[in-house]
Write a new protein. Structure first.
Length: 279
């Protein structure tokens, strides 16, 4: 049945070419047929998180990438954050994503934005990253591990591919204390594809993989304020011409509202984590 797989939830029946064309058309409709296509103009459409590019900026403040460094994006989606980071910090980013259509769309958008030489996209699983051992200075994963039951394996893979002293940044949703969210939510159409860990489980799995945890912060309250403001804008003005709903389709608004209610009710918690592979 459609929707049984994580890939179906994110891409549905769309091909990568369809996704890229839809995004570029929305950008041109909003900004004109001669609109510049670059990581900044694409940002309202290709940062597939509730807070958009602001969430990426917060992640980057923890990641602290430097010029010339090799960065790994685990669960890169259609590549928005990877392109933005590569452009803003003069580094190279490799993105790994499970969904073939997203990988194809990311490559098409890389080419359209002139970023194909700085951002490489590889189709594969976070449980068996198809990249070399100790090949990256830094790695991050943004709202990807909620789809994965065996998070310990993800962290072991991240540890394997980081250089000694390398940094891992995680920004995702953990389990709250008051039950499961209502579905669909942005990361899963149904409970069978949602695997939320507790904070204690996350700390345990990172330590077991070999990481030193440098920071572990609950950012739920800050995110709640942004979510409430978004809901108010949509209620007053409707969905904008450019936004993540162009990618996610009609279900996006319902997913976002369910996620907001789950956060308000204490059923989910947003966390930011910085970990380090010992030198």
């Amino acid at each position: 049945m459609p929707g049984q797989r994580v890939e179906d939830h994110y891409a549905g029946s769309s091909s990568g070419a369809d996704i890229a064309a839809r995004i570029l058309q929305a950008l041109r409709t909003a900004n004109g047929t001669d609109a510049a296509i670059d990581p900044e103009t694409l940002a309202p459409l290709d940062h597939v998180h509730g807070r958009g590019v602001r969430a990426t900026q917060d992640l980057v403040a923890l990641l602290d990438p430097g010029p010339g460094e090799a960065i790994l994006d685990i669960g890169s989606g259609i590549g928005g954050p990877a392109r933005w980071i590569a452009m803003m910090f003069d580094c190279s980013v490799t993105g790994v994503d499970l969904t073939p259509a997203f990988c194809d769309a990311a490559r098409a958008l890389n080419s359209a934005a002139g970023m194909a030489d700085r951002v490489r996209i590889v189709q594969g699983s976070a449980l068996d990253l198809p990249v070399p051992e100790a090949g990256f200075d830094r790695a991050y994963s943004h709202n990807a591990v909620m789809n994965i039951a065996d998070k310990a394996a993800v962290y072991r893979q991240a540890f394997r591919v980081l250089k000694p002293g390398g940094r891992l940044v995680l920004c995702h949703i953990n389990a709250g204390s008051d039950g499961a969210p209502e579905f669909p939510v942005p990361w899963a159409a149904a409970a069978r594809n949602s695997f939320l860990a507790t904070d204690a489980e996350t700390r345990r799995d990172l330590a077991a993989a070999g990481f030193e945890i440098l920071a572990f912060r609950d950012v739920s309250q800050a995110n709640l304020a942004d979510g409430a403001a978004m809901r108010q804008r949509i209620e007053q003005q409707g969905l904008p011409t450019v936004g993540v709903h162009v990618l996610m389709g009609e279900q996006y608004l319902r997913c976002r509202l369910n996620a907001q209610r789950a956060a308000e009710d204490g059923r989910t918690r947003a966390v930011e984590i910085v970990a380090r592979k010992p030198a």
